[in-house]
Design a binder for this molecule. Structure first.
Ligand code: PXL
Length: 284
């Protein structure tokens, strides 16, 4: 039977991120995505102008109706949240639907490239830490990982730091997230120069004791939605019982091809990557 994953995220008309990314990727992987929208936007918030309709006070209707119908989910996947209130709604949702047979993947969307997004506040970080504590897998980028572990992003930007030294720092910092729980932390978007001088972008899996890095030659520019596409692939992999290390590699090649294509076509970074024609790579 097709597995269901509840996807709690916003719907942005432009930017190929959040629900647009999640529904496409999960469907391509044979998983039913059940969207619970948190907000409806004309575009993601990095565009110079956008309209946002906040859906927070409608979220509980979804929880109540889905409960009434006796719905259950193989997984729950959360992404961008606009406020502390939305995290509170997600917590109620988890109280109802998170069981021993339901995985929870939290993508703690808060910023990128050392800069926080418009909705970020210290209160949001505190609430996000509580949400992260309930997750089985989290997919922060380097900026978000630093926020969650209270380390200084700039201290990791030292060009003399080798990738081995960086991994060792991230492993130390990650202990606070992995120690009391069998949580897996998957840090995305780690830029580094490999021993052969090639500029790469890597994703690092930390599970408390071990680590695994998968890296690809990198093109410049931080495209909208790539983190959402990656987290959606990992969610699909969890629902399909594909190992995290295998899924990281499949997601990496999917994103690498989508990125190269977008750079060649000079797609503006806010528009997100040309992933649509590479979804077939996820039909495994
Ligand atoms: O891709 C992350 C994201 C999701 N949703 C909205 C955003 C962003 C990043 O800026 O603005 C609305």
């Amino acid at each position: 039977m097709t597995k269901k994953v509840a996807v709690i995220n916003d719907l942005s008309g432009l930017g190929r991120c959040s629900l647009t990314a999640a529904i496409s990727v999960l469907s391509a992987m044979g998983i039913q995505a059940c969207p619970l929208p948190t907000a409806i936007l004309s575009s993601q918030t990095e565009y110079p102008s956008y309209y946002c309709y906040d859906f927070t006070d409608k979220m509980d209707y979804f929880r109540q109706e889905w409960k009434k119908l006796g719905t259950s989910f193989s997984g729950i996947y959360t992404g961008y949240v606009a406020s502390v209130c939305q995290i509170e709604q997600i917590m109620y949702f988890l109280d109802t639907f998170q069981t021993a047979d339901t995985f929870l993947l939290v993508d703690p969307v808060m910023g990128d490239d050392g800069v926080t997004y418009d909705m970020y506040t210290s209160g949001l970080l505190t609430a996000m830490k509580e949400l992260v504590a309930r997750a089985d897998v989290i997919t922060p980028n380097l900026t978000e990982f630093c926020l969650l572990t209270d380390i200084d992003y700039n201290s990791l930007q030292d060009p003399s730091l080798s990738i081995q030294q960086l991994i060792s720092r991230l492993k130390d910092a990650g202990q606070t997230l992995t120690k009391d729980h069998e949580k897996k932390v998957l840090i995305t978007g780690i830029h580094f120069t490999a021993d052969d001088g090639v500029h790469k972008i890597g994703n690092l899996l930390l599970d408390g004791s071990s680590h695994f890095l998968s890296a690809y030659p990198c093109c410049n520019g931080s495209y909208s939605g790539t983190g959402d596409l990656f987290a959606s692939c990992i969610t699909g992999g969890l629902a399909r019982d594909i190992s995290l290390t295998e899924m990281m590699q499949t997601a990496g090649s999917f994103l690498e091809k989508s990125l190269i294509d977008s750079v060649e076509e000079h797609v503006p970074v806010n528009e997100g990557v040309n992933f649509e024609k590479y979804l077939y790579l996820l039909h495994t």
